[in-house]
Every structure is written in structure tokens, then in C-alpha cells.
Design a protein around this ligand. Structure first.
Ligand code: SF4
Length: 266
């Protein structure tokens, strides 16, 4: 178990909790929009920011101050020793939130069934049809992802699903399909994409503007009523007129697509 990075305080990563966030390195996926290239691409790996023992010393000084720890990646479930790491944190009285891409359902299930996870945030990258393209792996099998989704939807583990929305990968149709797939009363967050400048992929990708995000939310809410938007910014002021035009076009296409869908239904 190696901790690549440590954020000593976060108010955002663990809903409603005062937490710190640890970032593990290595991931089995290659999402082109991933903003953590230095945690995913081996040639960008750096010296771990903190040793395990120093981390636990840090935690011992935060007892009674922090509520919990958010364990993120990369993909944290790839780490050998993740189970012992989590148990040790919980033994110190902290809550544990795990961020996962859902590719390791057995490890997720085991930790959950042992009562080691207080909260899970699982990525839903796209509709099943577009999954491989969205995670940067051709011929990607979605069976493990589907197993994790089924496990979370059918069990008692507190969790959320979340999707980072990218203009090049998502449209109205994908959100109809995602909604059908993850239908339920769980919390589902649509997050606006932000280009960190150090993405895993080499393409220039774009966020969807606020109007498009709201339309996607409306579509999904027919299947998952507890859907919310996260991190919505006025991207037209940041990205300029070209993006504004692009996003507006995307939204127009969305409206057409939604109208078509309604037209099909009625
Ligand atoms: S966004 Fe994709 S590539 Fe990046 S850490 Fe998450 S699953 Fe891995």
C-alpha cells in the first residue's frame, strides 16, 4: 500500500464530513479526460508524498478533528494491502469513504460486507455501449462494472454514483441509457468536466455548459430522482466564444434529440 498524495483537509470530497484525502497511484483504466495523469501513467509517477507511518502519525494528530478519510486514486482497490490500510484507519475511529471505478467488484463487496466502508462513490463513465471508448480501452468488458453497480443497487452500503460529463462522450441518448441502467433512489451526481492541463488523453476535450448539464439532469431524473449537478461553472467566460458556440450547438442537438425521443413516445 502506497500513498502517492495527501490532501490534509477537504470539505468537498466526503459529503457533509471534515476529511483528508489520500491518493493512491496506478489505475487499470485510461480515461482520456482523467485529470490525474500523474497517478495513472507510470512514466509520470513521482516519489510518494508521505510514507505510511508518517500518514498514520498525521492521523493520530487529527483524531477528534477530522471525521473521515477519503481514499481515492488512481484506483485504490488495485493497491495490495488496501484492506489492512482501511481497517487500521477505522480502528482509529475515522470514517472511510472509498472512490472507485467499479472494476473490482469482489474487493468492493468484501470490504463492504466486512463493514469497512462508510461511504462509496462509484464512477459511471458512460452508457454500457460507450464504456470502452470513455475509459480509453477498446474491447473493454463491462461485466465487472455491471457487477459493482448491481451490488451497490441491491445492498445496504451507503453510496453514490457520479459521472464526469464531457461534450465529446456524452449526449442525451447516453443519459437515457445510463438512467435505464442505474435506475433507483440512490444519489447520482453529474459533474462538469474541468481540464487540469495534465489529462491522460492527448485530445482537447470540452465540458458541457450549464444549460446542457441541466438538460442531462432532467433526462436522468426520470430514472434516478436524486440526481444533482456538481461543480457547474460559467464555462463561456473561461473558454471563450469558440467553446460557447460549440456548447450551444451541442445543446441544440440535445434539444432536438430529446424532442425526437418525446416524439417517439407520443
Ligand atoms: S478517471 Fe479513469 S483513469 Fe483516472 S483514475 Fe479514474 S478510472 Fe483511472
Amino acid at each position: 500500500m502506497e500513498i502517492q498524495g495527501l490532501q490534509r483537509l477537504t470539505l468537498l470530497d466526503y459529503p457533509g464530513k471534515l476529511a483528508c484525502a489520500v491518493f493512491t497511484r496506478g489505475c487499470n483504466l485510461r480515461c482520456p479526460f482523467c485529470h490525474n495523469a500523474s497517478l495513472v501513467l507510470p512514466h509520470q509517477f513521482q516519489t510518494p508524498e508521505i510514507s505510511l507511518e508518517d500518514f498514520f502519525q498525521f492521523l493520530s494528530k487529527r483524531q477528534g478533528i477530522l471525521d473521515g478519510i477519503c481514499i481515492s486514486g488512481g484506483e485504490a482497490l488495485l493497491q495490495p494491502g488496501i484492506e489492512d490500510f482501511i481497517r487500521r484507519i477505522r480502528d482509529m475511529g475515522f470514517l472511510v469513504k472509498l472512490d472507485t471505478n467499479g472494476a473490482f467488484p469482489e474487493r468492493l463487496r468484501k470490504l463492504s460486507e466486512e463493514g469497512c466502508l462508510d461511504y462509496v462513490a462509484m464512477d459511471i463513465k458512460n452508457s454500457l455501449e460507450k464504456y470502452g471508448q470513455t475509459v480509453g480501452i477498446s474491447n473493454f468488458s463491462t461485466s465487472a462494472i455491471e457487477e459493482s453497480v448491481d451490488f451497490l443497487l441491491s445492498g445496504t452500503q451507503p453510496f453514490e454514483f457520479r459521472t464526469t460529463v464531457i461534450s465529446e462522450f456524452h449526449n442525451a441518448e447516453t443519459f437515457f441509457q445510463i438512467g435505464e441502467w442505474i435506475r433507483g433512489d440512490e444519489h447520482y451526481y453529474l459533474q462538469q468536466f474541468v481540464d487540469s492541463g495534465n489529462l491522460v488523453g492527448k485530445f482537447h476535450l470540452h465540458p458541457v455548459d450549464a444549460r446542457g448539464m441541466s438538460l442531462f439532469k432532467e433526462i436522468v431524473s426520470a430514472y434516478v430522482p436524486n440526481v444533482e449537478l456538481r461543480g457547474i461553472q460559467d464555462i463561456t467566460s473561461k473558454e471563450g466564444d469558440a467553446l460557447c458556440t460549440k456548447s450551444s450547438n451541442a445543446t441544440e442537438n440535445l434539444s432536438i434529440s430529446i424532442s425526437k425521443k418525446f416524439a417517439e413516445q407520443y
